[in-house]
Design a protein around this ligand. Sequence first.
Ligand code: 5GP
Ligand code: ZN
Length: 114
Amino acid sequence: MENCIFCGIIEGRIPCEKVYEDENVLAFKDINPEAPVHVLVIPKKHIESINALDESNISILAPIYRALKKIAVDFNISESGYRVVTNCGEDAGQTVQHIHFHLLGGRSLNWPPG
Ligand code: 5GP
Ligand code: ZN
């Protein structure tokens, strides 16, 4: 998708610090980390947000969560704990309109997030 930063990363037009890749999924470090581990996991297919999930694309969630689990092990936060966040829409602060899953860990995380 033109004008989508994350599609630009998938297509290699925009650099990233890649941490995981398979046929369906790409994961890379967030450019502005909010925790010692802050990785973004995205589908290679452009999907705007949770609101755009439907029967044609919802099967992407299994590979996404498989990748999240593996990356948590690779970054050694599987046992200490971590959070997975997907912001959807304006009130949640979604700034990139390509669905993404923040994997946050490596420190104690506040709850509720506020
Ligand atoms: P959102 O606010 O939409 O939930 O999250 C978007 C995230 O993407 C933010 O945490 C932001 O730091 C990250 N981000 C935005 N542009 C880039 C980029 O070009 N490269 C990387 N690695 N992260 C980005
Ligand atoms: Zn995109």
